[in-house]
Design a protein around this ligand. Structure first.
Ligand SMILES: [Zn+2]
Length: 61
C-alpha cells in the first residue's frame, strides 16, 4: 500500500468512527457496541499502522 493510500484509508476509518459515535448513544457513553466495535477497531489499527510508518520514516537519515 502506498503512503497516500495508507493515509486516505486512515482518514476514512477516522471519519467512519467519528460518524458512528455521533449517531450512537452507546459509544458516546463508552458502553459496549456490536455495530461500532469493528469500526473503532479498524480505525485504531489504521492509526497504529500510520503512526508506525511515520515513526519509521523519522528514523531515516
Ligand atoms: Zn456504537
Amino acid at each position: 500500500m502506498s503512503r497516500d493510500q495508507m493515509f486516505i484509508a486512515y482518514m476514512k476509518a477516522f471519519k467512519a468512527s467519528t460518524t458512528h459515535i455521533g449517531a450512537c448513544t452507546a459509544c458516546q457513553n463508552d458502553q459496549p457496541c456490536d455495530a461500532g466495535q469493528p469500526i473503532h477497531a479498524d480505525f485504531i489499527a489504521r492509526q497504529d499502522a500510520w503512526n508506525e510508518r511515520v515513526r519509521a520514516e523519522r528514523k531515516q537519515p
